[in-house]
Ligand binder design. Structure first.
Ligand code: B12
Ligand code: SF4
Length: 623
């Protein structure tokens, strides 16, 4: 290990060796020994979650749209010393980890625009944390490839600009560039080390001793391997919590998941739920430093409080969850709380939990959906949930445990029933779908379309985010290939993509001019650009999207598949199909328990009224 005092000495020696660098520019004090940074587009938080998602998906030529909507999105806040006031949680955890060995004064976390102020003759390592540097992950590359031939979404353009800046530093020969974070694999997989000027990609967690050893090596000037694995902590106590402000007030809630979907990266990590006290410390630290937003990072919020207990993790710990979220949203200074990821089955398992969480979370949600929400201020909760496919055959293949405790054979019923509970409580999730999975047939796509049409028929609403299957590194599907470019999509796959976006546009179209603008705009885009980019298989899907001519006409001439009605299982039927030993974990106050279970099956008193009101409301919106 490099003890702090020796680091300091090294710091001074190196400063005198090369005081001005080749360009003769010397940042104050010779620069920092360790400079931490992240792309601007992954660090900003003032314009809300969605801008980051848009930056991950839109090509450069559409940047003007964002500039118009968020004219100040590039304006970030700095501390007095020029360091970043907020940084992605990954940078903050790394910073905290390094502070165990290095002096705070030897380190800085800064925005890419400020790198020149901190990289100097003393700098030995520039550590970059990145989420999605090249845009080759799911739901990112795909939209740029629809709208433009380039595979580079805006986030990737800004990431590359950051790497160029680091590479062109006059002090470049003195330091190594180490990249970590959940997007590091993109550099390894595309072998862009030289192009980006990256020396080493570190995969894994910065808490581990491997990380400290890596930094010690770099600072000692040793040669680095191209790729290094950093161990993941296996216990909750080994996870570090930053005491500095994070982008979107991200505080880790869990790691891992447990449902074992074949395509999933985070599920490969150990299943850990963080201690409440440490979550709360990190929440308070964010608030102290001016953050008004908190967001708990998780793959499935519903496993928290039920990891390694006597109850299987897929039966949520209602009391623990309600208690945690209540304390977070009631922390003085927390004005907004954003949900991250969860799964669908818990909505069916415990609707009363959803009702109680809504009471706690809705008042602090920054999301408003005036045409969908029944909340007095039209607030809504928008978690991210994987739907992935409506085909039971495909679901069995790629995500056999996604629906536990229920059988994956009931996946369409879980989605419809879960969404009903969600909508009833003003949760309107963003649901991701994967198009072009390896071996996906037209029949599979038709079944997914059936599910989407059935949602509409029932007046249910979720934002449906289709993406093209991307084999992510190290996953159980990493060596499989599906569709690799939008031109390869078949007409039905195109229809599914465009049907999702048509469905999503509904809540935004309730002005007299909305639908007309939508149709004219889509046709114009098709004529101008998309026709050539995406090939002939795209044509009818776009016509359907634009609503010219109506879907029934397109169906009658055999150009699209209008989903056939589904007869899903009710909650009671789903519960009746459970393994008998699971029944003891269901809460009686949700009702629907089989008589034979011998437990009270009284439903929530307001249940039937809520059902009726929600259905009436959503049907009105979508009619
Ligand atoms: C919160 C979150 C978001 C938020 C906020 C992101 C932000 N900038 O802060 C929002 C909603 C905006 C978002 C957007 C997107 N996200 Co996101 N997000 C997450 C989530 C839930 C938590 C991220 C987090 O902060 N974790 C906590 C920190 C501490 O973990 P970490 O960053 O991994 O850092 C650890 C290590 O990686 C390492 N480390 C980090 N940096 C470095 C650097 C060095 C040098 C070293 C040595 C180590 C190191 O140490 C840290 C802890 O020890 C993760 C899932 C997850 N659980 O990680 C998905 C996740 C990272 N997102 C993902 C995706 C795909 C996206 C989007 C592309 C989605 C989209 N299409 O819009 C966009 C991209 C945004 C962009 N700008 O390009 C995927 C990434 C898949 C992949 N491997 O490529 C994940 C894994 C979700 C998933 N289930 O697959 N996301
Ligand atoms: S439910 Fe989500 S987080 Fe869990 S394994 Fe499946 S894809 Fe991964």
């Amino acid at each position: 290990m490099q003890p702090a005092t020796e680091t300091e000495a090294l710091h001074r020696n190196r400063a005198s060796e090369n005081a001005t660098g080749s360009a003769g520019y010397a940042p104050a004090g010779g620069g920092k020994l360790i400079v931490l940074t992240a792309p601007l587009t992954e660090s900003i938080d003032h314009a809300g979650y969605f801008i980051q998602m848009a930056l991950a998906s839109l090509p450069q030529w559409l940047e003007f749209v964002l500039n118009k909507k968020y004219p100040k999105w590039r304006e970030v806040e700095r501390n007095e010393d020029g360091s970043a006031r907020y940084m992605p949680a990954g940078v903050r955890v790394l910073e905290k980890s390094l502070l165990r060995e290095y002096l705070a004064d030897d380190m800085v976390a800064c925005f890419p625009d400020d790198l020149d102020k901190f990289i100097g003759p003393n700098t030995r390592v520039v550590a970059v944390s990145t989420h999605n540097p090249l845009g080759v992950t799911f739901a990112a590359g795909v939209y740029t490839s629809i709208y433009g031939s380039s595979k580079a979404p805006l986030n990737s353009i800004y990431s590359r600009a950051m790497f160029d800046k680091i590479r062109s530093s006059p002090y470049r020969k003195n330091f190594k560039v180490v990249v970590g974070g959940s997007g590091g694999w993109q550099i390894t997989q595309t072998n862009t080390f030289e192009e980006l000027g990256v020396d080493c990609v570190a995969e894994g967690r910065s808490e581990s001793a491997d990380t400290l050893a890596l930094f010690q090596k770099v600072i000692a000037g040793e040669t680095l391997p191209r790729k290094i694995n950093l161990a993941h902590p296996t216990s909750r106590d080994a996870i570090l919590f930053p005491d500095k402000r994070t982008t979107f007030g991200v505080v880790e809630m869990t790691t891992g998941c447990g449902r074992r979907c074949q395509f999933c990266v985070p599920d490969l990590n150990p299943q850990i739920d963080m201690p409440k006290a440490r979550i709360m410390d990190a929440v308070r630290a964010n608030v102290r430093q001016g953050n008004k937003v908190i967001s708990l990072a998780t793959e499935d919020m519903f496993i928290w409080g039920q990891v390694h207990t006597d109850t299987p993790f897929f039966f949520p710990n209602r009391e623990a969850l309600v208690d945690l979220y209540t304390e977070i949203v009631n922390t003085p200074g927390v004005e907004h709380h954003l949900l991250s990821h969860c799964t669908m089955a818990p909505f069916v398992v415990d609707p009363e939990l959803i009702r109680q969480l809504s009471e706690v979370l809705l008042p602090k949600s920054p999301m408003h959906l005036p045409l969908l929400s029944s909340h007095p201020q039209k607030k809504a909760l928008i978690p991210l949930i994987g739907l992935e496919t409506g085909s039971v055959r495909m679901a069995r293949q790629i995500m056999p445990s996604k629906a536990v405790p229920f059988s994956i054979d009931d996946w369409p019923s879980i989605v419809l029933e879960g969404l009903r509970v969600a909508n009833q409580n003003n949760w309107f999730p963003m649901m991701t779908l994967m198009v072009g999975n390896p071996g996906e047939t037209d029949h599979d796509v038709q079944e997914t379309l059936d599910l989407v049409y059935e949602m509409e028929r029932r007046g249910l609403f979720a934002f449906l985010i289709p993406s093209i299957f991307t084999p992510l590194h190290d996953t159980r599907m990493e060596h499989q290939t599906g569709v690799t470019h939008t031109r390869q999509l078949r007409p039905l796959q195109w229809q599914l993509m465009m049907k999702c976006w048509k469905h999503n546009s509904r809540p935004g179209q309730y002005s007299w001019w909305g639908p007309i603008a939508w149709r004219v705009g889509s046709l114009f885009m098709w004529l101008y650009r998309l026709r050539k980019l995406n090939g002939p298989n795209f044509t009818w899907a776009l016509m359907m999207f634009a609503g010219v001519p109506p879907e029934r006409i397109l169906q009658s001439i055999g150009k699209i598949h209008v989903g056939k009605p589904l007869v899903p299982k009710s909650r009671r039927e789903l519960i009746a199909s459970l393994r008998p030993n699971f029944l003891e974990h269901l809460r009686a106050d949700n009702g629907d328990l089989p008589e034979s279970s011998g437990r009270s099956a009284g439903g929530h008193p307001d249940q039937s009224r809520l059902n009726f009101e929600t259905e009436a409301r959503t049907l009105k919106v979508l009619s």
